[in-house]
Design a binder for this molecule. Structure first.
Ligand SMILES: Nc1ncnc2c1ncn2[C@@H]1O[C@H](COP(=O)(O)OP(=O)(O)OP(=O)(O)O)[C@@H](O)[C@H]1O
Length: 318
């Protein structure tokens, strides 16, 4: 698959001396929806701002649809739409004037039919002559998206598109993202809602302390999410596992007082029945058992923690 965005060895040190990005390598495929997750201050907005040419990188390169975002800024920027977190639009203009101006800013000839299509898709058509200052918060969000789509970008960045919006608008946005994807637009979104990444993304990237700690197909992550653990509290603690159990996804925990068996929920055979029979044959008794499922949220939290404290075992692996 061809990369529509190619980020290589990207670093950013702000004037304060703070290193916000520490060597990011990332390729975004044409036509995919890529969700960038990370805790507050991880570097998501910095990364997006550099790709969109708003912030200068300290090192490395970014090429968007064949154009270097620094050397060939205008050509690169024309291909990109950005929906920022905050409204920076002139609040005293009408919705229509704002969109027409924005389209012109990117060197595109007027195309009222396109603007009408965008406004209708965002349920904003009846507000086209309203001043932005007179719109509700949710409507202003919709205007931000309309503005980003006015110049027909091939790449769309959504920086926390649904933070603080109501359920209806959230679902409308998801629907719009699906439509844009079907139209061939490449979409990169940042979000704090794991559910949103699960719903929308083809691939997921996790950034923490300025480093990409994971880039994975959502389907692969969901398989990890499907992992379950069965914990058996033993009647008598075990010093080691009998050799017979070697090769099984089985670990001793709690100083030998528990056995933890990890299995795939989606697979037909969990292997629990044979495991219990084998334990019985070895005279290993247990007094209690419980199972738990690792969620994407847990995987995400453990990745973030792991990057902070590299020596600690992963939560999801315990
Ligand atoms: N202009 C700046 N000068 C100095 N430091 C900055 C500047 N902008 C951002 N930072 C710092 O860089 C780090 C990354 O910020 P960034 O906004 O990219 O994070 P984020 O992942 O988007 O966070 P959030 O989820 O809170 O939006 C933070 O520690 C932030 O304080």
């Amino acid at each position: 698959m061809s990369a529509i965005i190619d980020v290589r060895a990207l670093t950013k040190t702000y004037a304060s001396g703070f290193q916000a990005l520490k060597g990011i390598d990332l390729q975004i495929h044409k036509g995919e929806v890529f969700a960038l997750l990370g805790p507050n201050g991880a570097g998501k907005t910095t990364l997006i701002s550099i790709i969109c040419g708003i912030v200068n990188p300290s090192g490395g390169t970014v090429v968007a649809d064949g154009h270097d975002v620094v050397r060939d800024y205008r050509a690169a920027r024309r291909r990109i739409g950005l929906v920022p977190q905050e409204l920076s639009t002139d609040a005293f203009e009408t919705v229509w004037a704002t969109l027409r101006f924005s389209r012109g800013l990117f060197g595109r000839p007027p195309d009222d039919a396109h603007l009408e299509k965008v406004l209708r898709s965002l349920s904003l058509w009846d507000k086209k002559d309203t001043k932005i200052s007179a719109l509700s918060g949710g409507m202003k969000r919709r205007v931000l998206i309309a503005k980003a789509l006015a110049h027909e970008p091939e790449i769309l960045f959504l920086d926390e598109p649904t933070a603080g919006v109501d359920v209806e608008l959230r679902h409308d946005m998801w629907q719009l993202v699906r439509q844009l994807r079907a139209d061939g637009v490449t979409i990169i979104l940042t979000t704090h809602y794991i559910e949103e990444a699960e719903e929308m993304a083809d691939r997921i990237g996790v950034i923490n302390h300025g480093e990409l700690v994971l880039v994975e197909d959502k389907a692969t992550l969901m398989r990890k999410l499907g992992r379950k653990q069965l914990t058996l509290s033993l009647q008598e603690p075990l010093a080691t596992l009998p050799d017979d159990f070697a090769g099984l996804p089985l670990d001793l925990a709690d100083d030998g007082q528990s056995l933890v068996y990890t299995f795939d929920v989606q697979s037909e055979e969990t292997g629990i029945g044979p495991l219990l029979r084998r334990l019985n044959a070895h005279g290993i008794d247990f007094r209690d058992l419980h199972s738990s499922e690792s969620s994407l949220e847990e995987i995400f939290v453990s990745l973030v923690r792991q990057a902070r404290e590299p020596a600690r075992p992963r939560e999801a692996d315990r």
